[in-house]
Design a protein around this ligand. Structure first.
Ligand SMILES: Nc1ncnc2c1ncn2[C@@H]1O[C@H](COP(=O)(O)OP(=O)(O)OP(=O)(O)O)[C@@H](O)[C@H]1O
Ligand SMILES: [Mg+2]
Length: 335
């Protein structure tokens, strides 16, 4: 049997009464970019901490690169790279010096170490800034240095905990590019956490949505969206003698739509297939003397998937990066 990059069975972590990770099971294939998507406090970092062997689970099993995290932690550590949620590079040292120390820790030396440092700087596009203290780097540069450092010993599996948290949209897009290159050029398996919907959608081959310590959905972003059962059809009505509700109920009765919501003068229908539903909607409109002004449809987003499984919205995308940056500063001050 070919070993999986990561295999997790019934993993649970309790902190007193709080169940931070609640009996989760999943596999990550070799070469996959796998995303753990969930809101603050969902249990993402706790799961990573267990997988990278710095925290023991309360129960359950986990294998990384073929080794049991509890029985063979050293073998696991030799085969993984980790980028923690909070940056851990030394801000007073230069980029080069940070990589040098990390290389020494992993037993690299002499020419090989120097060559690895150059390669890492180049890959992270930081060669020009090699001798600049990290405290003068931008947030995106620090994150790229962290990732480059985690790659120096050629890990089979790379763990990235919120790789783009607190970064502006442009820098986030650059880091995504960088992560894609890792997989394409190095064949590294990537396990990453995020609470950004767009990040999971654009970057990950498969996503597990985690909420209150439980995996509520798992699959490719496309699968998850189509599992919701089709498309959303927006029908804007301009002229009618009956109420929108009557019109909508008639469409439901015909079996054309699964459900609907009223949004002003527009009806949003959940349908199995928009292309099949559209002609039927026109037919019903005709028979009820309703004039349709505009009709359009959309696939559900990962946000709709999250809403469907949890009944709550996961705040999305780029709007909250400034707030996240503020939160991180607040957290640092409290320490
Ligand atoms: N060492 C600890 N002791 C007690 N509770 C903890 C500890 N670590 C985490 N928790 C709690 O476990 C839950 C899961 O935390 P975790 O850090 O795994 O969430 P997360 O999904 O990474 O969230 P975020 O998006 O904020 O990083 C939270 O309620 C957190 O407060
Ligand atoms: Mg976290």
């Amino acid at each position: 049997m070919v070993k999986k990059a990561i295999s997790v069975r019934g993993l649970t972590k309790r902190f007193g009464d709080l169940v931070a990770v609640d009996g989760i099971s999943f596999d990550v294939e070799n070469g996959e970019i796998f995303g753990f998507l969930g809101p603050n406090g969902a249990g993402k970092t706790t799961t990573i901490n267990i997988l990278v062997t710095i925290m023991k689970p309360t129960s359950g099993e986990a294998f990384v690169a073929g080794y049991n995290v509890l029985e063979d932690p050293v073998k696991v550590r030799e085969r993984i790279g980790v980028v923690f949620q909070d940056n851990t590079v030394d801000r007073n040292l230069t980029g080069w010096e940070n990589l040098y120390i990390h290389g020494l820790i992993y037993g690299l030396k002499g020419e090989e170490l120097r060559r690895k440092i150059e390669e890492s700087l180049e890959f992270a596009e930081l060669t020009k800034f090699r001798d600049v203290p990290v405290k003068n780097y931008s947030g995106g540069m620090v994150r790229r240095l962290e990732i480059a450092r985690a790659l120096m010993h050629k890990p089979e599996v790379l763990f990235l905990d919120e790789p783009t948290i607190g970064l502006d949209p442009h820098t986030r897009a650059r880091i995504w590019e960088y992560i894609r290159r890792l997989r394409e050029e190095g064949g590294v398996t990537i396990f990453m956490t995020t609470h950004y919907m767009d990040e999971a959608e654009k970057l990950c081959d498969r996503v597990a949505i985690i909420d209150h310590g439980k995996i509520v959905a798992i699959g490719s972003p496309d699968e998850l969206k189509s599992n919701l059962g089709g498309d959303i059809l927006y029908v804007k009505v301009s002229d009618r003698t009956i109420s929108l509700k009557e019109f909508a109920e008639e469409i439901l009765e015909e079996g054309t739509a699964l459900s609907y919501k009223l949004l002003g003068d527009t009806l949003a229908f959940k349908v199995r297939s928009a292309s099949k539903a559209i002609p039927l909607v026109f037919r019903v409109a005709d028979s009820m003397n309703v004039t349709i002004e505009e009709i359009k449809y959309a696939q559900p987003s990962l946000g709709d998937v999250f809403l469907h499984y949890t009944g709550r919205e996961l705040r999305d995308e780029e709007g909250d990066w400034k707030e996240m940056a503020r939160m991180r500063i607040a957290v640092r001050r409290r320490r």
